[in-house]
Design a protein around this ligand. Structure first.
Ligand SMILES: [Zn+2]
Length: 338
């Protein structure tokens, strides 16, 4: 539908052979810049008949393993050996990325809660709409790299949608084996972890783009092991798809722990305002009813703290970084073996 055509323009030609660096240009007329626009860096590498792979990082602006790995992949790409098309955007929510924030400082919107976006929406909604209508429509595969952002810290964990079709299931298992993460969590292919259907993965699915995502660190810093998992995994997956030649991994493939987090009892939330003392660490095997933490009163140091428990047993993959909590803040979560 042409009247739904995105207002975001670009100086890259998705069909041209070779390696191009350019930007997505979002019109942004403001007080200090009447005819200005925001530029989101993009690279397109195109050669041969192989599949189109959309690689995205920085959907949340305070997650760094994706942006580092994707930019390095492009810088080190041997174009003479490429077979396919890579569309690479290291920081999709660029205004959030330059601000080091999960949400955009322009409209306070979380990009991964606004898909499919709006042509005439705010800046973040326009980005989501562009990804949905111009990028996912071109992609055979989309791999989207995340971390826990400022408020959460994750063990490196691939998140893979569950497929019903046996052929898709096998295709996904082959991709997981190629990526070889220490942990993989399977989730519903339409809805993300907490029942969200406004996420990029849902619209990848609707556009027949084979999708996975993952959490590879957090705390608004770079996880050294998480970054190694992303870089090794990405190279191996692209080699598995025949897009780049096989390259040596920095670490040999290890065992993959297969997990789900579909039980609400695996999550712990603060019931009140205060600050918290964690009672678990990443990597712990938490028993049923195990304590997540104690919430202390900010004003009364003599008040008994409130204990928060996990209702379901599991393996601790995520923990809150900030000590201050409000009622409803996630203290962390577990995952249980498949
Ligand atoms: Zn994220």
């Amino acid at each position: 539908m042409s009247d739904d055509k995105s207002m975001i323009g670009t100086d890259v030609d998705f069909d041209r052979e070779g390696l191009q660096f350019g930007s997505l240009k979002i019109p942004h007329s403001v007080h200090r810049s009447a005819y200005g626009h925001i530029r989101i860096p993009i690279a397109v590498a195109n050669r041969g008949e192989g599949p189109t792979v959309l690689l995205t990082g920085g959907v949340h602006g305070d997650e760094y393993e994706g942006p580092i790995a994707l930019a390095r992949l492009v810088r080190e790409l041997d174009m003479s050996k490429l077979n396919g098309r890579l569309i690479v955007i290291p920081a999709v929510n660029y205004p959030a990325f330059v601000a080091g924030r999960r949400t955009s400082p322009i409209d306070e919107i979380n990009l991964n809660r606004t898909f499919p976006g709006k042509r005439n929406g705010t800046i973040t909604e326009m980005i989501a709409h562009y990804v949905t209508t111009e990028l996912l429509t071109r992609a055979d595969y989309c791999f989207d790299f995340h971390a826990g952002g400022s408020s959460l810290q994750y063990l490196p964990t691939l998140l893979a949608p569950r497929w019903d079709d046996p052929a898709d299931k096998q295709k996904l298992e082959n991709l997981i084996d190629a990526f070889s993460p220490p942990n993989v969590v399977y989730y519903d292919s339409i809805r993300a972890l907490s029942g969200e259907d406004r996420v990029i993965g849902n619209y990848a699915y609707q556009n027949d783009a084979f999708f996975f995502t993952g959490e590879f660190g957090g705390g608004s810093t770079v996880s050294v092991p998480g970054l190694a998992v992303v870089e090794d995994g990405l190279k191996s997956v692209l080699a598995h798809l025949g897009v780049v030649p096989e390259a040596p991994r920095s670490k040999p493939k290890g065992p993959i722990r297969r997990l789900v987090m579909d039980n609400p009892g695996l999550y712990a939330f603060s019931p009140k305002r205060g600050f918290w003392e964690p009672k678990f660490e990443l990597g712990d095997e938490v028993p049923e009813g195990g304590m997540a933490g104690l919430i202390y009163d900010l004003d009364d140091p003599w008040a008994e703290p409130v204990a928060v428990h996990f209702k379901h047993a599991g393996f601790a993959v995520c923990i809150r970084t900030f000590s201050l909590v409000e009622a409803g803040d996630c203290l962390g979560h577990l995952a249980s073996d498949v």
